[in-house]
Design a protein around this ligand. Sequence first.
Ligand SMILES: Nc1ncnc2c1ncn2[C@@H]1O[C@H](COP(=O)(O)OP(=O)(O)OP(=O)(O)O)[C@@H](O)[C@H]1O
Ligand SMILES: CC(=O)N[C@H]1[C@@H]2OC[C@@H](O2)[C@@H](O)[C@@H]1O[C@H](C)C(=O)O
Length: 363
Amino acid sequence: MTTNLFIGLMSGTSLDGVDGVLADFSQGAIRTIAAAFTPFPADLRDELMALQAASHNELEREALAANALALAYADCVRALLPSSPGKVAAVAVHGQTIRHRPELGFTRQTNNPALLAELTGLDVIADFRSRDVAAGGQGAPLVPAFHAAAFGAPGTARVVVNIGGIGNISVLHGDGRVTGFDTGPGNVLMDLWIARHQGRAYDEDGAWAASGTVHRPLLAALLDEPYFALPAPKSTGRDLFHAAWLDARLAAFHDVAPADVQATLTRLTAVTIARAIRDEGIAPDAVYICGGGAYNGALLRAISVELDGVMVASTAELNVAPNRVEALAFAWLGWRFTQREPGNLPAVTGARGLRVLGALYPA
Ligand SMILES: Nc1ncnc2c1ncn2[C@@H]1O[C@H](COP(=O)(O)OP(=O)(O)OP(=O)(O)O)[C@@H](O)[C@H]1O
Ligand SMILES: CC(=O)N[C@H]1[C@@H]2OC[C@@H](O2)[C@@H](O)[C@@H]1O[C@H](C)C(=O)O
């Protein structure tokens, strides 16, 4: 019997591991049944990081990394299956973005969906972005359609902000329109800086940033990046916001203390998100944050300050834990694929039209 039970798997630009959810989309509802997180083994994380830029023998190394990635995805599926009340219709898997160049006509989410189908015995739906790019779109962000379905309230203007490695906003206008784009760095630069100075993967609750002071001239230099002023549709990734990008801008600021740099990078994320929201010209009832950045108290406080007077909360207020939203979005996109319903929003990605997103690897 076919069910509306889907597993969604997301491994994003933070390169921390795989977020998975088991969800039920019966009768138009969006219900999370279980969630799991499978961290990447250190060697896989290192290799996926190395594959973000041109390097030696990368064709073979990408293929091997894709195989290892499929093993991590299969582990996450195995952690979820015991919670399933019935047969899972499909696993919808994002893959790992290693290159995102829509302006050149491609985006690459490395993956081995055939191996994942083999390992799980389940239908696997993969490669959600390339059809939108083929239709002239950015292929990203894709979550706005899901944000509208899950968090939209007719007549109410809301903004949903995903703060992963990269940040992206979904603007749910009161009249039903949905707009959105990538704002720029989410956690990626903060993660990089704390790893370099303290050997930690991220700044827990933003405590290190909170111990420092924002350096205004450095903030201005960072905000000078042309990406921030580009009109939508636009999307970005580690292709632009990487260590060399940061180091080039820090070169003139050698005397700034590391904690002050962290405070400034945290403020950069807050300012770019707040400006993006303000530039949409709406007065939202509330701004809801999801993604790992929702667990960074210093960042949330900075966003509140920048959006003076607007309520800032996490999507937990809308009954979805912030770290489950993206995986749930891909489960939903998988369900849309099986219904042959479009997953993209041309107003967001710039594609020529609505498209069914994904490709099926049968069980
Ligand atoms: N307790 C916490 N305190 C501060 N930051 C946190 C915390 N938990 C998670 N994060 C941040 O969230 C990041 C992971 O976020 P998430 O899983 O949403 O990103 P992603 O899905 O990989 O990225 P993207 O959405 O760009 O594809 C971590 O790298 C870290 O920077
Ligand atoms: C190319 C790519 O992988 N983009 C990711 C990345 O991470 C956040 C932001 O940049 C967003 O554009 C997208 O992910 C989410 C899930 C999206 O497509 O909506």
